[in-house]
Design a protein around this ligand. Sequence first.
Ligand code: HEC
Length: 183
Amino acid sequence: MSGFEINKIIASIILALIVIGIISYVGNFVVNVDYKENQETAYKIDIPESDTGTPTRLNEGTEIIEPISSLLINASFEKGEKIYKKCASCHNYQKNSSAKIGPNLWDLINRPKGTMEGFSYSKSLVEFGGKWTYEELANFLYKPKNYINGTKMNFAGLKNVNDRANLIFWLRQQSDNPVPLPE
Ligand code: HEC
């Protein structure tokens, strides 16, 4: 073997090592990016859970109700106002307005449950406890009778997560001091 051939062999070994080095570097980089994205998703889902105060009660653990927190930032006030028509037969929403079939919904976000003065709530709702955080309200509105077994509110629910986000965004504005949107 001539010196020249040995040089070629050494050169190709070095080249191969460089290529392997680059591939593993790029590989690590790609894996790292994925890892961060997963972390972030997990974090976003965590916010509403830690926000709710009481654990989310799901129907026999079968239904997973999509959280609304991340949708609120882009929610539509106008669409929310339209959806409120479904509630308007039973609820007022202006400051100091009276109860109808259901309690007044003025300043609802983060209001303790079952606390409109003079309204006669079901025992189930009062005993459920906690306050109407964004996510608790969204879970309740998904299927009220499932969320609070025994509630007097005869409303089938809002299945669409965007409908719930838009409505809750609109309800949030019905306050002198709207609760900040979740981050
Ligand atoms: C058919 C009448 C009816 C409709 C329609 C209705 N509700 Fe209700 N709502 C009630 C009644 C009655 C209660 C009291 C429930 C109880 O005491 O268990 C109630 C209670 C509530 C509460 C609890 C308030 C508090 O002070 O703790 C919220 C929040 C609520 N409704 C929101 C809504 C929203 C939002 C809609 C529209 C998507 C809606 N409701 C549609 C009758 C209705």
